[in-house]
Write a protein that binds this ligand. Structure first.
Ligand SMILES: *Cc1c(COP(=O)(O)O)cnc(C)c1O
Length: 367
């Protein structure tokens, strides 16, 4: 606390991002990055963009990028909003579209940035509990609200919600905005993008950080009716005229265009996920059904925090959430390459089959 801080700053509870370790020899399965990285075409495009042109400001409206995204999803450029990562888009969404008198509805177990934005913008929200199977239950959202937001598939559970359920929610909720955060949709869930033409209150948010392997470039986009996009643009133009620099715009265009690389890497990650689920299930882990590039798993005999620490001793980092209590036994594990997944499964086997005493001691067997 500092006496120089504003009262809003004093009251904030900032989001805590997953660790970005400085050590090189770690197997990093904690922040859902893509092990294959961006398409080689992206790297070529970025190299070509580095030059004297950086003297000039980038296009503030990102018209070329919006046109390429619109083409990819069969929409018009006026249906597209782009931002400096989807986190920035979500921040604008909360201020532009979700700040009303009634509370925003969001799942109690979900992306923990949503409540942070509510705190930043002083927006009331209601945390709606997931059901006993950690699923979003649409019936629980059929109540008066100032907006609805959740990821599909949900994070950190990985569980997908059927498109028919999302449509049922939209039909029952015509008067406030429904935001579907599709950060992980490319790994197997059904996208709601096809519903946008019929539901002007629907906003679908995507990121290039996961399925396009570009977390370091910071690009996200949202698709929705022109009236929603215009609202977001008003906030963006009152905040930062140039959220996407020239490299980000150029790299994102090349990434969206290379659908062959995108399809191949997504398919490979789905294959690796299925093998990983089978491998850890054999070790006694309970794994929630995942349609994402991560799995959410617990072992009946181990605390989540302990497991994460034992993995770290073996140079593997995964994500553990202490709160809410219901998910404290779980680990969220990013699907890496097959070699990384194998190293993880081997480390978990060593931990699970180790005599209990030696685990408590140091993680290495003693005589
Ligand atoms: C990773 C993630 C984001 C943020 O993605 P960026 O585009 O990197 O800011 C948004 N929502 C969910 C659910 C995520 O997991």
């Amino acid at each position: 606390m500092s006496r120089y801080w504003s009262s809003i700053t004093r009251q904030l509870t900032p989001y805590v991002p997953g660790e970005q370790p400085k050590l090189a020899d770690l197997i990093k399965l904690n922040t859902n990055e893509n092990p294959y990285g961006p398409s080689p075409r992206v790297l070529e495009a970025l190299h070509a963009e580095v030059g004297d042109g950086l003297r000039l400001y980038p296009d503030p409206n990102c018209d070329a990028l919006k046109t390429v995204i619109a083409g990819q999803y069969g929409m018009a450029a006026e249906n597209v909003f782009v931002g400096n990562g989807s986190d920035e888009i979500l921040a604008h969404v909360f201020l532009a579209l979700l700040k009303h008198d009634l509370p925003v509805l969001l799942p109690d177990i979900s992306y923990s940035f949503y409540p942070v934005y509510c705190g930043l913008y002083d927006i009331a929200y209601t945390a709606v509990p997931l059901d006993a199977d950690f699923r979003i239950c649409v019936d629980d959202y059929l109540q008066p609200n100032g907006g609805i937001v959740f990821p599909n598939p949900n994070a950190p559970t990985g569980c997908p919600l059927a498109l028919s359920e999302i449509e049922r929610l939209l039909q029952a909720n015509p008067d406030s905005v429904v935001v579907i955060d599709e950060a992980y949709v490319d790994f197997g869930a059904e996208s709601a993008v096809g519903l946008i033409a019929r539901y002007p209150q629907l906003l679908v948010v995507h990121t290039l950080s996961k399925s396009r392997g570009l977390a370091g470039l910071r690009v996200g986009f949202a698709l929705g009716s022109p009236e929603l996009i215009a609202g977001l643009t008003r906030v963006k133009d009152s905040f930062n005229s140039y959220p996407l620099d020239k490299l980000a715009q150029t790299g994102a265009i090349a990434a969206i265009r290379d659908s062959a690389y995108f399809d191949a890497t997504c398919r490979q990650i789905v294959r690796s996920r299925e093998k990983l689920v089978a491998d850890v299930s054999r070790l006694g882990f309970v794994v929630l059904p995942s349609a994402a590039n991560f799995i959410f798993a617990r072992h009946p005999r181990f605390e989540g925090e302990r497991l994460a620490a034992l993995l770290r001793e073996r140079h593997i980092i995964v994500r553990h959430f202490r709160q809410p209590q219901r998910i404290a036994p779980f680990l969220r594990i990013t699907v890496g390459t097959d070699a990384q997944c194998q190293a993880l499964a081997d480390a978990l086997a060593e931990i699970v089959y180790m005599p209990p005493k030696s685990i408590v001691a140091s993680g290495t067997p003693s005589c």
